[in-house]
Design a protein around this ligand. Sequence first.
Ligand code: G3P
Length: 215
Amino acid sequence: MKFFIDTANLAQIKEAQDLGVLDGVTTNPSLMAKEGIKGQDNILKHYVDICNIVTGDVSAEVIATDFEGMVKEGEALAELHPQIVVKIPMIKDGIKAIKYFTEKGIKTNCTLVFSAGQALLAAKAGATYMSPFIGRLDDVSTDGLQLIEDIRLIYDNYGYETQILAASVRHPMHIIECAKIGADVATCPLSAILALLKHPLTDSGLAQFLADAKK
Ligand code: G3P
């Protein structure tokens, strides 16, 4: 399973990259705003800065919600850097835009997916990635992981190549369950990736080894 980091924070992206297990980055307008990145030029520059830190795919989201607007914005984003993946919302014009970019060989990430039907449409349009938001489903008492399982089954039934990119991941158990189900990618906060490292028996075992090494 690929690990993406879900942030626009350059220091966290660098920390994850330095760990040696990072496969890419996802951003969205909320994450960009959280870092205080304002104005079109600064936003575009920030995407390039991210691409220069990591080696994998970097999702950059369009703001337009009509087909022409998404195509214009997406083309400008794709021209920024070869690692850019155009992130497009799961709406009617979004599906058309994904199809358009697929035919032009530009990678896409269909975002804001909350149902298996939406995932099926994204795959049929040829999306490179499709992002179900599992944490936000859990927030409304709906099983986000069950959705990943349903989509895995549907994609495998027909051999769709669209990658299931589990998003809105909140904690390490989400990552582990996604790996068991067979999600292709999990995009996570740095804290969830680092939490995978931790086990009290590792800490106490290491302390014991170090103490014994001094004897
Ligand atoms: O990848 C989507 C993500 O940024 C949304 O996460 O925690 O706001 O639901 P969250």
